[in-house]
Design a protein around this ligand. Sequence first.
Ligand SMILES: [Zn+2]
Length: 187
Amino acid sequence: MVSKAVAALVFAVLVCSQHAVQGVNVVSKAEWGGRAPNYRVALGNYLNYAIIHHTAGNYCETRAACAQQLRNIQSYHMDSLGWPDIGYNFLIGGDGAVYEGRGWNSMGAHAAEWNSVSIGISFLGNFNWDTLEPNMIASAQGLLNDAVNRGQLSSGYVLYGHRQVSATECPGTHIWNEIRGWSHWKA
Ligand SMILES: [Zn+2]
C-alpha cells in the first residue's frame, strides 16, 4: 500500500512538473505543413533581445487559414528571397496559436545585424489596421516567458519593436502601441 501511495505521489509530481514546464503550446512546422530548412545556424542561449514583428500580410483567424499563410510566407522566404527557412523564430495567428518558424536554438532572418543576438516573433497580419486580440497577446507573453524558462532569453532581456532596430514601420501601429506597455520593452 505504501509503495502504491509513493508511486501515486511520484506520478502526480511528474505530471505537475511536466505541466509546469510545458508552457505555451506551439503548433509544429509539421502540423502547419511547413518545409524542412535547407540548413540551420545555431542560436546562442541567454540572448539579450526579443524583437517583435508583423508579417504585413493577411490576417488569419482559423488554423487552416493561418497554416496557408505560413506556407505562403515560407515559400516566399525560401524560393524568392533564397533564405534557408521562414525568417522568424515563431509566429502568432489571429486564432491565438503560436506557430513554429525556425523555432528554438536556430538563428532567424528577421532583423539585420540583430539575428544572432535575438529571437524574432511575428504576428500574422498588418497591424496598421488589424487589431491584436487578448489571446494573441497572452500567447506572445507566454512564449517570451518560456524563452526565459528554457534559457534562450536572459531573464533581463530587452524587448524591441522591429522599427527600433531597422528603418521600417514594422510591427505596425497597433502592435507598437501595445508592446510599449510590456515590462521588458525599452525605449
Ligand atoms: Zn519586422
